[in-house]
Design a protein around this ligand. Structure first.
Ligand code: ADP
Ligand code: MG
Length: 467
């Protein structure tokens, strides 16, 4: 079920909230609910499970915080709510917002439990009693395993930024925490996007959730489509012109044949782009490595045929380039539907030679409108700096077999190594290897510190993946 929020202003006072809470909200300057709050708070306050999807900055924290606070009994010194977050920074932000919203009531204790800091002080704080725990899945699991955290009195479990937690490989840790919560509870899941893993989480841990989406997944209006006429001999070169002009962080470039993929990869690399290709001859491990580096933003361009790109789900894709026009208009629509998802805009750029005009006509028919043409000559590089991906990938030798968890890697980088959570991107743990994206500017430093330090108490071999 999908609920659409009404566009009118909705004051908090229309909710069944205590007067003190309403007064506190007013003091905070919260008068009207944001759309996600207006759509989700009535459901959450009624005790139902919820999957809410809305973009960053839309006020999701208050949407779950007010719900969990409404059920909290501050006289009972037990953990009554747990909020799982992907990183320490996000957990700190959420804890802060909950504290502000909890000011209406006396003595609500909110504790953050994140990796990268010693366990002992956290254990002591837990002994003193906390009503609400906000933290990362790995560390909360550690406390559960050691018996320093008990969830027998929990009534609300929140998964915040669930998509990012899945990105970071926290599925199993989330599952472990959820299984230790009482069955009689409310579970609230918040996410900016809706990848496959969310449905899996929801099926396993939510009960008849109400789904609230504030944005259509495939909103055509977000895809800006442009066609460029090219001569056959300038086609591959034109891809570089498009990249330098539009400067997308992640681009999927479609070719009609494997040979075209190989040729384009050579041309792009010769021009200094960070590009990788996906083709049928790759072994599973190589394919995984290509997809991981592209999805974690360490590679600017992924070159692929339609067959090789089948089933690929990449959340953030700023541009799709149709290097060749496909003979099948449905394939064209499918290709360009991969960009412009969730709250982002996307470019769909197509190169077409005179020979391909018939195919363009078929696409226009399928779309029910004419396409927009731009002259290639108008493409200018916005600046002369080469297009560089924001992240780079470190490969750690050791994965699930060694029981490495994403939290261990995040902990090693944000703990002694001293990086902030925002400098660390996606973490993928595969059977024998762990891949972590790190801001490109600090990746060599991270490589050095990870190699010199320890992950999960052990020395590890680390290498920088350079495509
Ligand atoms: P999200 O989790 O969706 O990214 P946040 O919960 O962090 O968004 O909220 C974004 C900002 O909006 C915060 O600074 C928060 O204090 C503010 N905010 C949230 N709800 C309201 C509201 N109803 N009125 C005014 N400001 C709000
Ligand atoms: Mg948030």
């Amino acid at each position: 079920m999908t609920a659409k929020p009404s566009p009118q202003a909705a004051p908090f006072s229309q909710l069944p909230l205590p007067a003190a809470t309403l007064a506190n909200l007013e003091q905070l300057g919260y008068v009207n609910m944001t759309p996600i709050q207006a759509a989700s708070l009535p459901v959450a306050l009624a005790g139902r499970d919820l999957i809410a999807q809305a973009k960053t900055g839309s006020g999701k924290t208050a949407a779950f915080a007010l719900a969990l606070l409404s059920r909290l009994d501050a006289r009972k010194f037990d953990v009554q709510a747990v909020v799982l977050c992907p990183t320490r920074e996000l957990a700190d932000q959420v804890a802060q917002e909950i504290r502000r919203l909890a000011r209406a009531e006396e003595n609500v204790k909110v504790l953050t439990l994140c990796g990268g800091t010693p366990m002992r002080p956290q254990t002591v704080s837990l002994e003193h009693g906390a009503h609400i725990v906000v933290g990362t899945p790995g560390r909360i699991m550690d406390h559960l395993e050691r018996g320093s955290l008990a969830l027998g009195s929990l009534n609300t479990l929140v998964l915040d930024e669930a998509d990012r937690m899945l990105d970071m490989g926290f599925f199993d840790d989330i599952a472990t925490v959820a299984r230790q919560c009482p069955e009689e509870r409310q579970t609230l899941l918040f996410s900016a996007t809706y990848p496959d893993g969310i449905a899996k989480l929801s099926q396993q841990f939510l009960r008849k959730p109400q789904e609230i989406k504030l944005e259509e997944q495939h909103d055509d209006s977000k895809i800006r489509q442009r066609f460029y006429e090219v001569d056959e001999n300038e086609r591959l070169h034109a891809v570089g012109l498009l990249l330098n002009h539009y400067r997308p962080v992640s681009t999927l470039a479609f070719c009609n044949t494997k040979q075209q993929c190989r040729d384009l990869l050579d041309v792009l690399r010769a021009q200094g782009f960070h590009a990788l290709a996906l083709h049928g001859e790759l072994e599973q491990r190589e394919r995984d490595q290509v997809l991981i580096q592209f999805a974690n933003r360490s590679c600017s361009v992924l070159v692929a045929t339609d067959v090789a790109a089948r089933g690929l789900d990449i959340a953030q894709l700023e541009a799709v380039i149709n290097v060749d026009v496909t003979p099948d208009p449905e394939v064209h629509v499918h290709r360009i539907g991969r960009t412009g998802r969730a709250d982002q805009d996307g470019w769909a750029l197509s190169l077409a030679s005179m020979d391909e005009m018939g195919r363009v006509g078929a696409i226009e028919q399928a779309l029910g409108r004419e396409v927009e043409w731009q002259p290639l000559a108008e493409l200018k590089a916005e600046d002369n700096a080469p297009l560089v991906p924001p992240m780079a990938t470190l490969q750690i030798l050791g994965g699930r077999k060694e029981k490495i968890r994403p939290g261990d890697v995040l902990g090693a980088l944000t703990g002694e190594a001293g990086f902030s959570g925002s400098q660390v991107g996606k973490i993928n743990v595969t059977e024998f290897s762990t891949y972590v994206a790190v801001e490109r500017g600090v990746v060599r430093d991270a490589l050095r510190k990870l190699s010199a330090g320890k992950v999960k108490g052990k020395k590890v071999k680390v290498r920088l993946m350079d495509e």
